[in-house]
Design a protein around this ligand. Structure first.
Ligand code: G3I
Length: 321
């Protein structure tokens, strides 16, 4: 294959990228490469609550619409990200809950309305939704969020049921980070999935975010972890892959990074139920990593000038098995 789009067709796995809508609108080279290389896209921030409804009752769809429109024009599938999360919530919501002006009953209605409105607007246009994102904390407990605190653990099942009502054909996912290796999080998430399935809640997929760093050992058990979930009948996706490093960049670090990317894609290719491998931004020009980890960066498969890095070529070398 000459590019990732061709590879995607050869492997029978969608290969995606998160998209920065400002760059999509303003940078022709960014847009060209995105649409040449990828068969799936996710709005990096465009479909989050604070982007959609910054002011109560006032919906702003421009950015999210731009993602969907780009996908339709370029034969790309869309991952909707995300309906229920604890970050990037609008302040009217977090402040209203904090000062008691929004009570539990109203909060539940607000969540239902949000899911019905957003998933409803894009009904039929989203292949898969991250219905709930990062609901388990780093100790393996249900994360203490406004949702858990005020609505109780049943909010998770409710969210899936509402999303299914709004868009019956979208694949509905639970998505999390460190799920490639963190046993506490893995076990709790497996239990959540089993419980949802036992209650006939419409859950279809497990999303592994795939945020790795080369200063840590590669999570060698990841293939088995993925299998534990797909054995429950779920489809799987790697939803936000990137591999950061402590700067400066060296050829050795780039080689290790390439190996990590290749192993992640290979894990997906080896599991018949893994259908999508998406990177969290494809270029170091637009990446969340430098802003979040002091002294780290260069996490993507192309450099700031959109030149392929060794990781890009390593992905191209992955074969079906
Ligand atoms: O929109 C404002 C803009 O008006 C302002 O000028 C600018 C100044 O900093 O900030 C802009 O908001 C930023 C937003 O991204 C949009 O660019 C926020 O500060 C920044 O915190 C936010 O970061 C995003 C982060 O989620 C927030 O939680 C990253 O771009 C995004 O890549 C990251 O994505 C998450 C996934 O959703 C879930 N999994 C983990 C992943 C990485 O953290």
């Amino acid at each position: 294959p000459d590019n990732l789009r061709e590879l995607s067709h050869k492997l029978g796995v969608w290969i995606g990228s998160a998209v920065d809508v400002t760059a999509l609108a303003g940078e022709a080279d960014y847009r060209t490469v995105l649409n040449r290389e990828f068969t799936h896209i996710t709005g990096e921030n465009a479909m989050k609550w604070e982007s959609i409804e910054a002011e109560r009752g006032v919906y702003t769809w421009e950015a999210a619409d731009a993602v969907v429109r780009n996908a339709q024009r370029n034969r790309q599938k869309v991952r909707g990200h995300t309906l229920v999360w604890h970050n990037q919530l609008p302040t009217w919501l977090t402040e209203g809950v904090a000062d008691g002006s929004i009570d539990a009953k109203e909060l539940r209605k607000i969540l239902r309305d949000h899911i019905m409105t957003e998933a409803g607007r894009y009904r039929g246009k989203i292949r898969a939704w991250d219905v709930v994102n990062e609901v388990v904390d780093d100790d393996g407990n249900l994360r203490q969020t406004i949702w858990l605190t005020h609505l109780g653990p049943g909010y998770i099942a409710d969210a899936f049921r509402w999303a299914h009502q709004a868009d019956p054909h979208a694949k509905l996912y639970i998505n999390d980070y460190n799920l490639e290796w963190d046993t506490d999080k893995i076990n709790t998430t497996l239990n959540i999935v089993k419980d949802l399935k036992a209650k006939r809640v419409p859950i279809d997929g497990i999303g592994f975010q795939g945020h790795l760093g080369i200063q840590y050992d590669y999570p060698a058990d990841f293939p088995n972890v993925m299998r534990q979930f797909t054995d429950l009948g779920l489809e799987a996706a790697i939803t936000e892959a990137d591999v950061r490093m402590v700067l400066p960049v060296t050829p050795e670090k780039l080689a290790t990074q390439a190996d990590y990317y290749k192993r992640m894609l290979s894990t997906c290719v080896a599991d018949r139920r893994c259908v999508e491998f998406t990177v969290w931004g494809y270029t170091d020009r637009h990446s969340w990593v430098p802003g979040w980890f002091d002294g780290e960066g260069a996490a993507c498969i192309m450099d700031e000038n959109l030149n392929p890095k060794p990781a890009y070529n390593a992905l191209l070398s992955v074969r079906k098995r």
